[in-house]
Design a binder for this molecule. Structure first.
Ligand code: GTP
Ligand code: MG
Length: 231
């Protein structure tokens, strides 16, 4: 587990000038492109070499949405089953998930429901989820149609995007939409019920998200109705 140390990201990580901090996680089967997606977003870089993630890592990026400065702590998880115990420990405290499959890989698409179940088991009730079908540049290798992706997203009650980390298609939009969904959720749910706005170390979790200025620590309200992931 290593903290990103590139100068821009390090500067971003140290920057205390923000209104909110959101902890986001990228999850999905191994090789769907989670790390590539994060590198494209945070560093605008892409490599075709596949270096499977060991455990979990994160990058920090600050965005402006609706006059708010939102600092994103984006956790890139290993898709390999053997790291599942480590990675699911980081679900708690995450306000948003990017659940990713690879449009050229049927198995990764079939696993989406299981990933959704993992979110339901290990995350806050109000965590928001966006479904992403990555590698849409590989049209000739496509195994999952856009319609099937959209249908599954509708069934699960999730917003859906096809993306390409390689060609930089919809990458920024996915993050911005997820931030907007979380902000919308915050504005229509009282803090006590939302589970959002909890202290950074509420659960001793290094990645806990928080609403700056709020020290209120609320228990995970199991009565709160989940209205994002319907799985
Ligand atoms: P784990 O760390 O094992 O969970 O995998 P991962 O989901 O992080 O996958 P990673 O980002 O390492 O990408 C796997 C492979 O897919 C690499 O060879 C990438 O270059 C490639 N890849 C990722 N995104 C894209 C994409 O949008 N288009 C294409 N053509 N290849 C991609
Ligand atoms: Mg990876």
């Amino acid at each position: 587990m290593t903290q990103n140390s590139t100068s821009g990201a390090a500067k971003d990580a140290a920057d205390q000038n923000f209104d909110y901090m959101f902890k986001l996680l990228i999850i999905g089967n191994s090789s769907v492109g989670k790390t590539s997606f994060l590198f494209r977003y945070a560093d605008d870089s892409f490599t075709s070499a596949f270096v499977s993630t060991v455990g979990i890592d994160f990058k920090v990026k600050t965005v402006f949405r609706h006059d708010k400065r939102v600092k994103l702590q984006i956790w890139d998880t290993a898709g390999q089953e053997r790291y599942r115990t480590i990675t699911t420990a980081y679900y708690r405290g995450a306000m948003g998930f990017i659940l990713m499959y690879d449009i050229t890989n049927e198995e990764s698409f079939n696993a989406v429901q299981d990933w959704c179940t993992q979110i339901k088991m290990y995350s806050w009730d109000n965590a928001q989820v966006v479904l992403v079908g990555n590698k849409c540049d590989l049209e000739h290798d496509r195994a999952v149609t856009l319609e099937r992706g959209q249908r599954l997203a509708d069934q699960l009650g999730l917003e859906f995007f096809e993306t390409s980390a390689k060609e930089n298609v919809n990458v920024k939009i996915v993050f911005e939409r997820l931030v907007d969904i979380i902000l919308e959720k915050m504005s229509d749910t009282p803090e006590d019920a939302s589970g959002i706005g909890q202290g950074a170390n509420a659960y001793g979790n290094p990645g806990g998200g928080y609403n700056k200025g709020s020290t209120k620590l609320t228990a995970n309200d199991s009565q709160t109705k989940r209205d994002s992931c319907q799985c």
